[in-house]
Design a protein around this ligand. Structure first.
Ligand code: SF4
Length: 258
């Protein structure tokens, strides 16, 4: 598990510029899942160079959240948008759980995206809130996880958790991304992911890999140069049409993530 320290911060909830979200709440800086394709370190411009070995926790995060919420009008909160809220540290620190209690009491709807079945721990809260949960399902192939998402839960446990949430009546979606050509873009993969979405009444959001400089650097250490070239030159138009066709055939609603 990542070690952690505390980081000073002025506020913990921000106005969102992302579609469908009024606010974002990010209690952690850094993410112990350490996905190779994660472009958050690029956005942090070197401010957090020990990713993913060290994660920072915002200082007095729940106290700050409590007082900030009091001054805000209720609106949908994205939890969280720059790390996985249910990364391994959350099992120990339970900050997201504390935040959900505050959002529940203040009647703020929440929209959560994760790769971790740990979200099921908070099902008792999510059930009584206006809540939706998205699971990132990149591939059914455990090898994909081992290469690209070494610190994240395996795909089958994510699917079981998605099923559990859906059965409990929580609105769910699957985030199929990032799509890395040659690794998780096969017809079989698409059909299985859309099939899971149909079974769990989830919508599908899809997205391609974002090859920012640090992402390229990490990928180069893990996959051959030929693959890197193919990924850089890939034209996603036809692939997106395949995803959409498959979704239409299975009655699944889908759209590009951004
Ligand atoms: S789970 Fe998300 S935030 Fe965490 S390392 Fe992976 S892509 Fe980045």
């Amino acid at each position: 598990m990542a070690t952690y320290s505390y980081a000073k911060c002025k506020s913990v909830i921000s106005k969102s510029r992302l579609p469908g979200l009024e606010y974002t709440f990010n209690p952690y800086v850094g993410c112990g899942h350490g996905c190779l394709y994660c472009y958050v370190p690029d956005l942090m411009r070197g401010r957090f160079d020990r990713w993913p070995a060290r994660v920072a926790v915002k200082e007095s995060v729940l106290e700050k959240l409590r007082s900030e919420i009091e001054r805000l009008k209720p609106g949908i909160v994205g939890i969280s948008t720059s790390t996985d809220p249910y990364q391994p540290l959350e099992a120990e620190l339970m900050i997201v759980r504390g935040a959900l209690e505050l959002f529940r009491d203040a009647k703020f709807p929440v929209s959560i995206q994760t790769k971790s079945p740990l979200v099921l721990r908070d099902l008792d809260l999510l059930r009584v809130m206006d809540a939706e949960v998205g699971f990132t399902i990149t591939s059914h192939n455990k090898e994909f996880r081992d290469i690209f998402e070494p610190g994240a839960p395996d795909p089958s446990s994510r699917l079981r958790a998605l099923e559990g949430l859906s059965e409990a009546g929580i609105r769910t979606w699957i985030f199929y991304g990032p799509i890395i050509p040659g690794f998780n873009d096969s017809e079989e993969e698409i059909c299985r992911i859309v099939g899971e979405a149909a079974r769990t009444r989830s919508k599908v959001l899809y997205d391609k890999i974002n090859l920012k400089p640090l992402v390229r650097l990490r990928l180069r250490s893990a996959i051959p140069e030929d693959n890197m070239r193919a990924i850089s030159l890939f034209d996603y138009g036809e692939l997106y049409r395949k995803i959409e066709k498959c979704c239409i055939e299975r009655g699944v609603s889908c759209s590009p993530a951004f």
